[in-house]
Design a protein around this ligand. Sequence first.
Ligand SMILES: Cc1cc2nc3c(=O)[nH]c(=O)nc-3n(C[C@H](O)[C@H](O)[C@H](O)COP(=O)(O)OP(=O)(O)OC[C@H]3O[C@@H](n4cnc5c(N)ncnc54)[C@H](O)[C@@H]3O)c2cc1C
Length: 410
Amino acid sequence: MKKPRLVMIGNGMAGVRTLEELLKLSGDLYDITVFGAEPHPNYNRILLSPVLAGEQSFDDIVLNDLGWYLDNNIQLLLNRRVVKIDRARRLVIADDGTQAHYDRLLIATGSTPFIPPIPGHSLDGVIGYRDIADTRTMIHTAKTHRHAVVIGGGLLGLEAANGLKLRGMDVTVVHIGKWLLERQLDMTAGLLLQNALESRGLNFRLNEQTQALLGDDQGRVKAVQFANGEQVAADLVVMAAGVRPTTELAEQAGLQCQRGILVNDTLQTYDPRIYAIGECASHRGIAYGLVAPLFEQAKVCANHLAQLGFARYKGSVTSTKLKVTGIDLFSAGDFMGGEGTESLTLRDPFSGIYKKLVIRNDVLVGACLYGDTVDGGWYMQLIREGRSIAEIRDHLMFGQDWPVAIGEAA
Ligand SMILES: Cc1cc2nc3c(=O)[nH]c(=O)nc-3n(C[C@H](O)[C@H](O)[C@H](O)COP(=O)(O)OP(=O)(O)OC[C@H]3O[C@@H](n4cnc5c(N)ncnc54)[C@H](O)[C@@H]3O)c2cc1C
């Protein structure tokens, strides 16, 4: 008997994880075809930063090599970007003309770096930071040029800046906010982070807005100009000013999108034959940009594709980590606090440790840790569970192993 056809658009982390989960549940249910715009099998995008920093190689970060697709009878069509979904004929069409019919379609197209439309944004040497090609461009440019500017002081921007510095470039990070990672850290932790990165040789321009990128006679970027007219030399500009869910295909196909392809709790779009997962999807108003929630989505989506249908995705609480070796930070939940909350803080300037826990009605709702993050996982669990911390409040700050530590000391 002919098997139903499952087609997946996007050979990235969330999509392939869904296939892995599906194969575990029901190995032989579908004929599977995967279109990938990149020329690589599925790799760990998160680890592009250690690759840029010279700590890992491209080979180290492959998650599913070509053999995996073969072993699982998955037809993998690399270097092929799907350009059209024809819902009436249940067909997808790629840029080289390849067509594939589907009974179920999984859209897993991820996100696209947002390139602010400032003058000069299309000069040579201006790039986003998303994939192996971008990482290779940075590694190559560091061998031939001197000055790099990273626009955006978020996680991605700082990891790019750290990597470029380790590759020998002079790096300036331009950030519109008052402190670094202002969506992940409070001001105190943000300043500690800035000090640590400055001591590694990174330069920062905070509270600063880029007005234009200036080019040379060959059309390559040579400087960044700010609103006050000042300029910083730049042979490479990395735009790390956020991402946008890649939804064009879905929109053209008439699927409902609103800052992401709208999905229900089983990751189905408005067309029940079509699922969307990962950074391209918007679930209950949120398009997640971290893998942990996407992997939770993958489990549920696979369950539904396997025709079990008992799992529901209800959203995720996320936490933050920065992958700069030697710098430990963690934050989760409502770490800024505010009306109706109390904050417990601990600060040890000598060892560079700062911790802030935010409590509302005896429930831990947020945590921001700098310098000592060993208890991040435990705090995250308490935030997720939402149980009362009244009984452990006195020693909450000292972490999960507190009584053990005292016992050992005695
Ligand atoms: C440098 C870097 C560091 C990161 N660090 C962390 C971290 O520390 N922790 C964390 O949780 N997350 C991190 N992330 C985010 C994480 O990588 C993403 O959340 C995750 O990869 C999203 O998975 P996805 O499958 O939705 O998208 P992707 O992994 O981006 O996969 C989407 C794929 O679809 C392809 N595609 C798009 N359109 C088409 C089309 N029309 N046809 C065919 N293929 C198409 C794309 O080329 C891409 O390969 C990082 C991201 C980057 C770039």
